[in-house]
Design a protein around this ligand. Structure first.
Ligand SMILES: [Zn+2]
Length: 337
């Protein structure tokens, strides 16, 4: 089985697990910090086979006596946390709000059922299979943080200083990012995506922008996004410009009374960021921003949000390949609603 990732050294005793996940969901970046016989993992892959592959790659770095004693989990989405189940007896650190966010996160069993057991003739099922069908959601018992904090938390792993900063609600309700001041590196979790349109479930977008500005203010020269290749501070500044564009566009269209799904389509059709993959994710981020503009405080239905993205993706696919339906057989379902 190919695990489409490798452990790359990015600073002294610091490694990044960088799957090539461009244009798809779920292939998250992870980090490994090793110092004076201690080690910490930052996030995990989505499933147990991929997590075991990471641990195998880490073994030569850890040495015969080394073990991972700490796992830092940037947020509750499974693509960053399901692999915690493979780590055994470790301290798991996340934000206090992570525990709340976990309440409305799909379980591995639900993900397996959504991907494997739903009829493939609906846009949502088609989309979930396309992007999540590569993962093995079986045999995973979700594991929650054993140590939580709000605000910020300073840690020491061997001689290495580690600073955790709460960012949520932003991508999710319980985000954090990880600053390694001696290394000049930040692991952002999913408050930052590279190469693809980001997806933000909690918002508002201003909170995501504030997190990005906080990351820039550290002066770190290497930024490891939640997904995609390593970034420079200049790359992150460009990403902040993108977020402001989405925010301003969503606010303008909301004020005009344009429904969220149509607003997402208008932003996509503007062609402003043609190099970014997964433009359909704008349906989710714009819907998130609209909820804030409407003062809604309830928990959104994640499957409904993915369905909105799926309809756009299918519509674009059918426009690109006339006559081909890519496994979803009711074109009326592809029409934006
Ligand atoms: Zn992610």
């Amino acid at each position: 089985m190919s695990h489409d990732a490798h452990l790359a050294p990015i600073a002294d005793g610091l490694y990044a697990w960088l799957p090539d996940g461009r244009g798809t969901w779920g292939l998250a970046n992870c980090g490994l910090l090793v110092s004076e016989g201690q080690a910490a993992l930052i996030d995990t892959p989505y499933d147990l086979p991929r997590t075991r592959a990471l641990l195998e790659a880490a073994a030569p770095v850890l040495g015969p006596q080394g073990r991972i004693g700490t796992a830092i989990t940037t947020h509750s989405n499974g693509d960053h946390s399901y692999g915690l189940a493979a780590l055994g007896d470790v301290e798991i650190i996340g934000t206090r709000d992570y525990l709340h966010a976990l309440d409305h996160e799909p379980t591995p069993q639900q993900m397996h059922a959504l991907v494997a057991e739903t009829p493939p003739d609906q846009p949502t099922s088609w989309y979930l299979r396309r992007h999540f069908g590569r993962f093995d959601f079986t045999g995973i018992d979700p594991v929650a943080p054993t140590r939580t904090f709000s605000g910020s938390l300073e840690l020491r792993i061997g001689a290495a200083e580690v600073r955790l900063v709460q960012a949520g609600p932003a991508h999710t309700d319980g985000d954090l990012w990880v600053h390694l001041p001696q290394h000049g590196v930040v692991f952002t979790g999913d408050v930052v995506f590279a190469d693809d349109h980001p997806v933000h479930w909690a918002g508002p977008i201003d909170n995501v922008i504030d997190a990005c500005l906080g990351i820039l203010a550290t002066g770190a020269q290497v930024i490891v996004p939640g997904h995609g290749p390593l970034m420079t501070p200049a790359d992150l500044r460009g990403h902040i410009d993108y977020l402001r564009w989405v925010r301003d566009g969503a606010h303008r269209l909301h004020a005009l009374g344009v429904p969220a799904q149509s607003a997402a389509l208008q932003l996509i059709d503007s062609g402003r960021y043609p190099g970014l993959g997964l433009p359909e994710r704008l349906a989710i981020t714009v819907a998130t921003e609209y909820r804030h503009l409407a003062g809604e405080t309830g928990t959104p239905d994640l499957v409904v949000l993915v369905g909105a993205a799926a309809r756009i993706a299918l519509g674009r696919e059918q426009a690109r390949i006339p006559g081909q339906r890519s496994g979803a057989d009711d074109p009326s379902n592809a029409a934006p609603q």
